[in-house]
Design a protein around this ligand. Structure first.
Ligand SMILES: *[C@@H]1O[C@H](CO)[C@@H](O)[C@H](O)[C@H]1NC(C)=O
Ligand SMILES: *[C@@H]1O[C@H](CO)[C@@H](O)[C@H](O)[C@H]1NC(C)=O
Ligand SMILES: *[C@@H]1O[C@H](CO)[C@@H](O)[C@H](O)[C@H]1NC(C)=O
Ligand SMILES: CC(=O)N[C@H]1CO[C@H](CO)[C@@H](O)[C@@H]1O
Length: 442
């Protein structure tokens, strides 16, 4: 297969990362009095010990001096590197002559371009489309995008069948099958995130995604933070995103996770509510090659909500429905993900009582914050202080949009083991409770 070369890049990185050997080191090597002690870990050696170390290592050169023989030793790589590069360029030119189409694809990949019109491949939904879990809608997006984005590849921490992250037209990526695109990471979340960081940062145009339950981000938070810090555009597909996952219980139910990733710099935290919003989340995640995206997706079935759109998701927050005039609703209800439906239903109840109500989807706070002041005012007018939010997660952070008067409906304690419907009712994440809170603030 001529495409091998492209996927070999990925093989190389993955194999390299998987076969890291254990290395034994001595901290502070060469320091006669401090080597192998904690004191070299956190503080400088000090002038006296530096002198002793120089003597011990037989190092007679001035500080910051690179002796000629050392320089010569390392500089030989410059020439070698130039030779390797020239050979690579010649190979590529020969390849291009023989396989112009594949070479064009390869070049567009390594230059980081997306194929024209790629986003058209994202599935579209109408309010009449069947309801589904956003994890299922996510699988539809991944499979649609795999057809148009040759660089998209990924997998899960042994949960492909419950995470819905399998690229159906591809097999497993292995040593002997490098053109396949499903990576089997095994049950090791941190390694999975680290491997994806390597793939993203290699700069070969590959777009890595990885998946597990949202709560297990705790096992790979270090890798996720490195994605954010290192500007690695990894797509984190995080399913089972709330107490709505049901019977697995509190060990599997994320509570503070949305808030924690909203607090992480350079991380896009997206919580789509239905098909259009899931497609929008993927559009954002693919386009952001220098920011990782975390997609929080539901296990439970959700309806397609009138008013959702890809364009709305790209703005981070937008109006789903509104029956006010002059940008002055009596009430604003915010929702995200699986609770946007509750927000819409609560709005219907309150409208029937003769009030004007606006429902806002705050699917990605970071993107909303980047919008113009005019846009933000058009969605959340400063003059309207009657505000309620509903989200099946920690209420921490919602004051930013609710202000002093607003009320948050959420869950600020650990969950429990029961079917989703029972848990939502027990913990008050219901239409009735949103309506009650709305009446307190109006
Ligand atoms: C999804 O977006 C399209 C295009 O903006 C729109 O026509 C459609 O009604 C939306 N679907 C839903 C469920 O809101
Ligand atoms: C999600 O997809 C799976 C497998 O196709 C299916 O069994 C399940 O019913 C779907 N979930 C929902 C909530 O529609
Ligand atoms: C908003 O909807 C409610 C219920 O349908 C209605 O009573 C009210 O007049 C509407 N307001 C506007 C401005 O359309
Ligand atoms: C652990 C697990 O569920 N593994 C499954 C992942 O999905 C693939 C494809 O559906 C199955 O073959 C695995 O058994």
């Amino acid at each position: 297969m001529e495409m091998d070369s492209i996927y070999l890049i990925g093989t190389f990185i993955v194999v390299k990362l998987i076969h890291l050997h254990q290395v034994t080191t001595t901290i502070g090597y060469g320091s006669p009095n401090k080597a192998n002690t904690y004191s070299v870990h956190g503080s400088a050696l000090g002038a006296k010990e530096v002198d002793a170390t120089r003597k011990n290592l037989n190092w007679s050169h001035e500080p910051f001096c690179v002796p000629e023989d050392v320089k010569g030793h390392w500089s030989r790589h410059v020439k070698l590197g130039a030779q390797h590069e020239a050979k690579w360029q010649a190979d590529l030119a020969a390849y291009e002559k023989k396989y112009p189409q594949e070479a064009a694809e390869f070049k567009s990949l390594i230059s980081g371009e997306f194929p024209a019109g790629w986003a058209e491949a994202l599935p579209k939904y109408t309010p009449e489309s069947a309801g589904d879990a956003t994890r299922n809608l996510s699988q539809a997006c991944l499979n649609a995008l795999a057809k148009v984005l040759p660089g998209l590849l990924g997998g899960s921490a042994d949960l492909a069948s419950s995470n819905m992250t399998l690229l159906k037209m591809f097999g497993d990526f292995q040593k002997d099958t490098p053109t396949e695109r499903n990576l089997r990471f095994g049950v090791r979340e941190h390694g999975m995130g680290a491997i994806c960081n390597g793939i993203a940062l290699h700069g070969s145009g590959l777009i890595p995604y990885c998946a597990t339950f949202f709560v297990f981000t705790d096992y790979m938070r270090g890798a996720m933070r490195i994605s954010a810090l290192s500007e690695a555009g990894v797509i984190y597909v995080m399913t089972h995103d709330s107490i709505g996952l049901g019977e697995d219980g509190p060990t599997h139910q994320p509570i503070e996770h949305l808030a924690s990733f909203r607090a992480m710099p350079n991380m896009l935290m997206l919580r789509p509510a239905d098909g259009n919003e899931t497609a929008g989340a993927y559009k954002v995640a693919v386009e952001n090659r220098k920011r990782p995206s975390t997609l929080a997706l539901s296990r439970q079935k959700l309806p397609q909500l009138a008013g959702t759109s890809i364009e709305g998701v790209e703005k981070g927050g937008y109006i789903i429905s509104d029956n006010s005039t002059g940008n002055k609703p009596d009430l604003i209800i915010f929702g995200t993900g699986s609770e946007l439906e509750i927000a819409c239903k609560a709005a219907d109840v309150i409208k029937k009582e003769g009030k004007t109500v606006r429902v806002v989807s705050l699917v990605c706070w970071e993107l909303f914050e980047e919008q113009s002041a005019e846009y933000k005012e058009s969605v959340i007018p400063a003059g309207v202080s009657a505000r309620v939010s509903v989200e099946a997660g920690s209420t921490f952070g919602w004051n930013k949009y609710l202000g002093y008067k607003g009320k948050a409906v959420g869950i600020d304690h650990f969950g429990a083991s029961a079917p989703a419907g029972i848990l939502y009712k027990e913990f008050g994440i219901t239409v009735e409770n949103v309506v009650a809170k709305a009446k307190e603030v109006m």
